[in-house]
Design a protein around this ligand. Sequence first.
Ligand code: HEM
Length: 176
Amino acid sequence: MVVALLNAGHETTGSTLPVGLYHLLNFPDQLERLRADRGIMVPAWEELLRFDAATRGSVPRFAVNDIEIGDQLVRKGETLIVGNQAANHDPAVFDKPLELDLTRSPNKHISFFGGAHYCLGGWLARLELQVALDSLLTRYPTIELAGEVEWRKSFMLRALNGLPLKSRPEAARGPP
Ligand code: HEM
């Protein structure tokens, strides 16, 4: 249970915040929209989750029968891992999928997958991400990238080894 909570609950959300912030810093017009109107924080995170989800695949599935997906035959008993990045960037579903649009609507991404095994902590993660980013932008109003980032080498997790940031010290605000 501890391993499950650390991997599923902590690594994922802990990786999503810096990755989301990194993309926001690369789309300054979108960051400005969010700074100007924190009311869009909820759809903003849906879009950041669509744009680059922390997890790259589902938990493994096992075919209970032979099934054909596209032109690929999956035999009974074989393992399947469903990748979500391609689906989240499918141009048949998302208009201009490679653009970050914080008020994209509809935004039916599958970053928490779906069905019976829909991420147990999806709503908790959303709340944590909203509160964390809101606090960060309030406390560091002049935050910017301070160097190159290095992506973690991982098949399942989309994460940064670090996110170098700088903020003008006189602009930083302490807790209220
Ligand atoms: C941004 C953060 C998160 C992302 C992107 C994420 C993503 C996912 C994904 C893709 C799955 C696999 C679903 C499937 O294979 O159908 C999953 C399952 C799961 N997640 Fe999350 N998750 C996040 C946060 C959390 C948190 C905060 C918790 C717990 C506090 C959590 C607990 C779980 C559990 C227990 C499962 C297994 C559910 C099952 O198999 O029935 N996750 N998550």
